[in-house]
Write a protein that binds this ligand. Structure first.
Ligand code: ADP
Length: 288
């Protein structure tokens, strides 16, 4: 059974007002446990609106969201459980840090779950270490005295401490410098490996998600425009460019080589793959 399913989901902001805006238009999706999904699209294509539906923060104007087969609009007060199971890290989550210490901030969520103190402590320690910070060294620091990238990781730890089944991150690299960006993507990759959870990363950058995601969903005008494995998605360079998205630089590079007459396989989506293809090609040439 799909962990999340969206069936014919449409959403209109300001319905019945003169400002009505259709942000989602008949979205159908099935997300299976263990997937690592890149949700990509131009600004305004509906990505944030969609992810806020997946944990019940927004309710569809039409259609329904199912979590493990249950229509979440029928859950009533049990919706809290969905919010815990489907963890959503907002854009610029560091603005929501407010406690005096990192430990207190990360504890905030689990404290509302009715857990024992030992269990809370264990989860908080694990979450802080999982995002690459030290519980002992950093735990008692103020979230305001650490770097921007570290603050963001503390915010992610706060969600991880809730032990969600699905972790959704809305533009986790927004506003970070290249080093901070690589660092956070590496952490997310590690979380995926370590925690065996389902991950959805929202991004408008193919570079960010190309080497991480095993499925890419492209949004356009509130609709699912493409939904496939990265390798298949990147075959549609022209369509992607038309909607303001590109393919990873390395895919673009391989296509340019082909255009210039070199007989290369253009399917590479990571630098490592491109290197292998080019090395094989050169070796082949040596043997001739
Ligand atoms: P994305 O995350 O892909 O940038 P959004 O889901 O934020 O897209 O927005 C989808 C559409 O809904 C856009 O046209 C946007 O202007 C509109 N929208 C988003 N939030 C609101 C809101 N609170 N009120 C009215 N319209 C909104």
């Amino acid at each position: 059974m799909a962990i999340i399913e969206a069936k014919n989901v449409s959403y209109i902001y300001g319905e019945d007002t003169t400002f009505a805006k259709k942000a989602l238009d008949n979205v159908n999706l099935k997300i299976e446990e263990g997937e690592f999904i890149g949700l990509i699209g131009h600004t305004g294509s509906g990505k944030s609106t969609l992810v806020q539906h997946l944990n019940g923060l927004l309710k569809p104007s039409e259609g329904a969201i199912y979590i493990e087969g249950e229509d979440i609009s029928k859950l009533g007060s049990k919706i809290k459980k969905v919010r815990q199971e489907i963890g959503l890290v907002f854009q610029y989550p560091e603005y929501q840090l407010f406690e005096e210490t990192i430990i207190k901030d990360v504890s905030y969520g689990p404290q509302n779950l009715g857990l024992s103190k030992e269990e809370i402590d264990e989860r908080v320690r694990d979450a802080i270490e999982t995002v690459g910070l030290s519980y002992e060294k950093d735990g008692n620091k103020s979230p305001f005295e650490i770097s921007g990238g570290q603050k963001r990781r503390v915010a992610i730890a706060g969600i991880l401490a809730m032990e969600p089944k699905v972790l959704i991150l809305d533009e986790p690299t927004a506003g970070l410098d290249p080093a901070g960006r690589d660092e956070i993507l590496r952490e997310i990759h590690e979380i995926y490996g370590k925690k065996k959870i389902t991950i959805i990363i929202v991004s408008h950058s193919m570079e960010d998600i190309a080497s991480l995601a095993n499925r890419i969903i492209v949004m356009k005008d509130g609709k699912v425009y493409m939904d496939d494995k990265p390798r298949e998605i990147f075959k549609h360079k022209e369509e992607l460019e038309e909607i303001g998205l590109g393919v990873p630089q390395v895919t673009s590079f391989m296509r340019k080589l082909k255009e210039k007459g070199l007989d290369v396989d253009t399917s590479a989506i990571t630098v490592a793959e491109a290197k292998n293809i080019l090395t094989d090609l050169l070796r082949g040439k040596d043997n001739v």
